[in-house]
Write a new protein. Structure first.
Length: 70
């Protein structure tokens, strides 16, 4: 849904982005998804590259402005 850039995201990328957009911390995201906090950070980094943003806040704004929904 929304911007075609979201089609390039993996299922896990989409999950991490959705949790970020809900305001969860990396620690909370890691707990919810059953992965390590380092893995969440790696996904976040990849997400930022795919979305062309440089921060968590920009990723959330981008997601909201471009109609991301999971």
């Amino acid at each position: 849904s929304g911007d075609p850039v979201f089609a390039a995201l993996s299922v896990r990328d989409r999950q991490v982005l959705a949790h970020m957009a809900d305001g969860l911390s990396n620690t909370d995201i890691a707990e919810r998804l059953g992965i390590s906090e380092k893995t969440v950070r790696n996904h976040a980094s990849n997400l930022f590259d795919k979305l062309g943003v440089w921060s968590r806040a920009r990723a959330i704004v981008f997601a909201r402005e471009h109609g991301f929904s999971d």
